[in-house]
Design a protein around this ligand. Structure first.
Ligand SMILES: Cc1ncc(C[n+]2csc(CCOP(=O)(O)OP(=O)(O)O)c2C)c(N)n1
Ligand SMILES: [Mg+2]
Length: 540
């Protein structure tokens, strides 16, 4: 058995079901053992597509997305996707080759050579490791999976020199030992938090993507505290749909900011308190004037952005369960739609609705129709108008059902490949990629991967013939729009050429018909929506 064969056997032992990658002469030895496993291989058209697919798969399944890439260009191509996953704390394992051990850093002009590949990737990884011997493999994989399951999940990079991939591994034990248990919070910290929250008169709860698997315990705590609750974009769906305490993801808008500033105690769980959720208007206006309790799995993150009065290190679900148990000893508060907290939340929601920009209304109705037609839908967004407005107005029915690349790193080109990964993780659910005409052109060739992977996803293409958001931004600053009115191709023709069904929707009834037809198909469907022009969409 070679090191390459051992690797895929270990990955299977670790529960990996899918690998995304484009093979090359440096990685063929990773493929030798694959057919003997149950692992399915998915081939993208660019390594960035592989990374985004792995990300979409991870966000829906909760399991790490695994990629194989070649030395050099394969690695540089996937770095953008790793950076998006790094920013949003998504588990991802990138296994690449690298030049021979004795040539590393040599600058000899070898095929695919980089001065230091490991250093390049280390900046977007929890860690990046160069394998020196096959014997190291079980341990380094154990470390990677410890990041994914028990620490703050982020990409991990393992590079294997091409002389090590083929080295014999017959002597290496396949023993993987026990995964780490998740960290429970310190009891004193939870007791202090419960005392402070128990005495609060205007508490506010902030939930982030770190709490994505803590919906039930978070809802219990929200109800015990009667606290209006804001979720980040990656935490949408944590409270039951239509919950009276829900504020959605509007921390950048005045009504929720007012609640945050007025709150005497804010409890923030698994959230960075970062810019793309709390300050997309870039004015530094999100303030917490009262006491702040933070819960996070990452000790460093507990100290970033806002200083906490009580900083609790621990897993979100275990911490919220412990907090819920402690709060059960505090005097019960009223709850239900008429409670003071629910009334504060309802007032904020009304104010928010009055303040929605006019242009958002059409997009909101579009997204509502999608959700009514396909209640189980997962909407994977790129960085385009209806994604921005949906980040504020859309209420997901379940966690892991609305996410996009407008958060965190904010790259274009994410939506299509990430939707393919999402569908692979949830083959029974409708998956929509919501993308602009600019964003889709970054990874357009992945239309081919969707056909090949037999993932009947739906692309909702928001076409305004250009980089609309940036054009608006330039106009608002009296900069003459330049570089934003791009040539857009015949997307329907392109999609058909890739083997997709492709149609245009001009009103809600047409859109509904197209969606219903699309979910009945075995192949993927692109539905184009024109923002303007003679075939413009009217949300009626
Ligand atoms: C890789 C990358 N390059 C550039 C940008 C800057 N950018 C953000 S939004 C945007 C416009 C995207 O156009 P489109 O996808 O058509 O969406 P629209 O704003 O028109 O709705 C651009 C260029 C980015 N976020 N990521
Ligand atoms: Mg556009």
């Amino acid at each position: 058995m070679t090191c390459g064969e051992l690797l895929v056997a270990l990955l299977q032992d670790l529960g990996v079901e899918l690998v995304f990658g484009i093979p090359g002469v440096h990685t063929v030895e990773l493929y030798r053992g694959l057919p003997a496993t149950r692992i399915r291989h998915i081939t993208p058209r660019h390594e960035q597509g592989a990374g985004f697919m792995a990300d979409g798969y991870a966000r829906v399944s909760g399991k790490p997305g695994v990629c194989f890439t070649i030395t050099g260009p394969g690695v540089t191509n996937i770095i953008t996707a790793m950076a998006q996953a790094y920013a949003d704390s998504i588990p991802m394992l990138v296994i690449s080759s690298v030049n021979r051990t004795h040539e590393l850093g040599g600058g000899g002009g070898r095929l695919h050579e980089l001065p230091s590949q490991r250093e390049l990737v280390a900046g977007v990884s929890a860690f990046s490791h160069t394998l020196q011997r096959p014997d190291e493999l079980p341990e380094v994989l154990r470390r990677a999976f410890a990041v994914f399951s028990a620490a703050r999940p982020r990409p991990v990079h393992i590079e294997i020199p091409i002389d090590i991939i083929t080295a014999t591994a017959d002597h290496v034990s396949r023993e993987l030992g026990s995964a780490a248990s998740r960290a429970a919070p310190a009891p004193q910290a939870i007791a202090a938090a419960a005392r402070l929250l128990g005495a609060a008169s205007q508490p506010l709860l902030l939930l982030g993507g770190g709490a994505v698997d803590a919906g039930e315990s978070a809802t219990r705590v929200a109800e015990q505290l009667d606290a209006p609750t804001a979720v980040t974009i990656n935490a949408k769906g944590l409270l039951p749909y239509g919950h009276p305490l829900a504020l959605g993801s509007n921390q950048s808008l005045p009504p929720v900011r007012a609640l945050a500033a007025q709150a005497d105690v804010v409890l923030a769980v698994g959230t960075e308190l970062g810019e793309t959720d709390y300050d997309v208007v870039f004015d530094g206006g999100f303030r917490i004037d009262g006491k702040l309790i933070r819960i996070d799995i990452d000790a460093l993150q507990l100290q970033r952005n806002h200083a906490a009065d009580i900083a609790v290190l621990g897993d979100a679900r275990l911490s919220l369960e412990a907090l819920g148990a402690a709060l059960a000893h505090e005097p019960a508060r009223p709850h239900g739609a008429d409670s003071p907290g629910s009334r504060r939340a309802a007032a904020a929601r009304r104010e928010l609705q009055d303040q929605w920009p006019a242009g958002w209304d059409a997009q909101r109705r579009l997204l509502q129709l999608v959700q009514e037609t396909l209640p189980e839908v997962i909407i994977v967004g790129d960085s385009t108008q209806p994604v921005y407005s949906g980040n504020h107005s859309y209420e997901a029915r379940r966690p892991r059902s609305w996410f996009n690349s407008a958060t965190g790193y904010g790259t274009l080109g994410y939506g299509l490949p990430a939707a393919i990964g999402a569908r692979l993780a949830a083959p029974a659910r409708p998956v929509i990629a919501l993308i602009g005409d600019g964003g889709i052109q970054f990874t357009l060739a992945e239309l081919g991967s969707a056909v090949e992977a037999a993932t009947p996803i739906i692309v909702l293409l928001w076409n305004n013939h250009g980089y609309g958001e940036i054009k608006r931004y330039m106009e608002a600053r009296a900069i003459e729009p330049l570089g934003v009115d791009i040539h857009t191709p015949d997307f329907l023709g392109i999609a058909r050429a890739f083997g997709w069904e492709a149609v245009r929707a001009q009103d809600l009834a047409q859109l509904q018909g197209h969606l219903q037809a699309a979910v009945g198909r075995t192949g993927p469907t692109l539905i184009e929506i024109m923002e303007d022009g003679p075939t413009a969409f009217h949300p009626t």
